[in-house]
Design a protein around this ligand. Structure first.
Ligand code: XIL
Length: 370
């Protein structure tokens, strides 16, 4: 009986999404508008990459406008783009994204200020390649954060101030900032950002935040920084997820811990890989593996059972977000359609994955259409 039921619900799930109810013989549910569907729960966000910001990809631009009410620049507001050569700021691409957000009434997130990736080396070494003296590094951080946050003052609602500062075991990551300044760099980053725009909300962002040791360490650190006078408005949970991690229990437990500690949550980079993930649970952008056919099982399309499993997993995660929505301000999905997702090339180049809320042809994932 149970089996029959699950087969039936699988069929319903697969048939449920339609752009055109007349053509759908089984179920006539049209695609909802996501920002309306979740309006009583949280903001629903997406990312713009260069193609969309420059108007080169109308399919995804239209989806972004229609369905999402929060926006993050996927790459063009990272330090390596904004301040590649020290002090020579280039806000041109970031401005396009921010203008897009403004025109379309979207909550705008600045991503990202202090991160050990996608940042130019001058942040931490001198021209000879020697590590900077602490005072010089502090000055560099202050100049960059001040110039960037002031440039976007009144236009960016919230900043990812620090990114990926913890290891999964709950110790602080040995980034160049940590090595030169110790943990003080976290406090300084929030202090400089707040001074540059006292109205902006500030986010403490990381991946694998549902890992218990990491979650506890982040809570401890946020509480400590707050008690020292730092403004930290949200923990940012990236949530680059797999079919098995985080488990709903892990996710639920971490969300509860944040609630109990009075720490509001933003889900900042959600995506869900449907294919094997050989690197273990990580979102480290430097992770790499060699291509193998077995790592790319759906290059000719999802099988029905894989499509169903993927939709069920998406559904379980979103139901968990909704259950905790009183403490979740925003859920951002890292990619508009599957085609544009970074997962197609990370950690293995040239695979076919299905990590966003829209298939590559622009059709919505079925789980949303019930
Ligand atoms: C990713 C982008 O999506 C890719 O286009 C880029 O090549 C690498 O960075 N954590 C983050 C994001 O905070 O900035 C990363 O974005 C994904 C992992």
């Amino acid at each position: 009986m149970k089996k029959i039921f699950s087969l039936l619900s699988a069929a319903m799930m697969l048939a449920a999404c339609s752009n055109n109810p007349k053509q759908d013989s089984k179920v006539t549910v049209t695609e909802p508008i996501l920002k309306e569907k979740f309006k009583n729960n949280f903001l629903i966000g997406t990312v713009l990459a260069a193609d969309q910001a420059f108007g080169r990809d109308s399919l995804t631009i239209n989806i972004a406008k229609k369905h999402f009410n929060a926006l993050t620049a996927e790459n063009c507001m990272k330090p390596e783009i904004i301040d590649k050569e020290k002090g020579k700021y280039d806000f041109s691409e970031g401005d396009l994204v921010v203008d897009f957000a403004k025109k379309n009434n979207m909550y705008m997130i600045g991503h990202v200020l202090i991160w050990h990736e996608q940042s130019p080396k001058w942040f931490w070494v001198d021209e000879q390649g020697n590590p900077l003296k602490p005072e010089v590094m502090k000055q560099n951080m202050k100049e960059f954060i001040t110039a960037t946050v002031e440039h976007y003052k009144g236009k960016v609602d919230a900043w990812d101030v620090v990114n990926e500062t913890f290891n999964d075991d709950g110790t602080l990551r040995e980034t160049p900032y940590y090595k030169i300044l110790g943990e003080e760099y976290l406090k300084l980053a929030f202090q400089y950002a707040h001074e540059a725009d006292p109205n902006a909300k500030l986010i403490f962002n990381d991946y694998n935040v549902s890992k218990p040791e990491k979650c506890d360490a982040i809570i401890k650190k946020i509480n400590e920084l707050k008690s020292q006078g730092c403004q930290i408005d949200y923990v940012g949970m990236q949530m680059h997820s797999t079919m098995t991690f985080p488990t709903i229990e892990q996710l639920e437990t971490s969300l509860k811990k944040f609630e109990d500690n009075g720490i509001k949550v933003q889900i900042t980079e959600f995506d869900l890989t449907a294919i094997p993930f050989p690197e273990g649970n990580t979102a480290d952008i430097t992770a790499k593996a060699d291509y193998k056919d077995t790592y790319d099982p759906y290059r000719n399309g999802l099988t029905d059972s894989a499509r169903n499993a993927l939709n069920n997993r998406f559904n379980d995660i979103f139901e968990c977000f909704v259950r905790h929505s009183a403490n979740i301000e925003r859920v951002t999905v890292w990619g508009i359609t599957d085609k544009g997702s970074w997962r197609q090339d990370w950690p293995i180049k040239g695979r076919t994955d299905f990590p966003t809320l829209f298939y590559s042809d622009g059709k919505m994932k079925e789980f949303l259409c019930k």
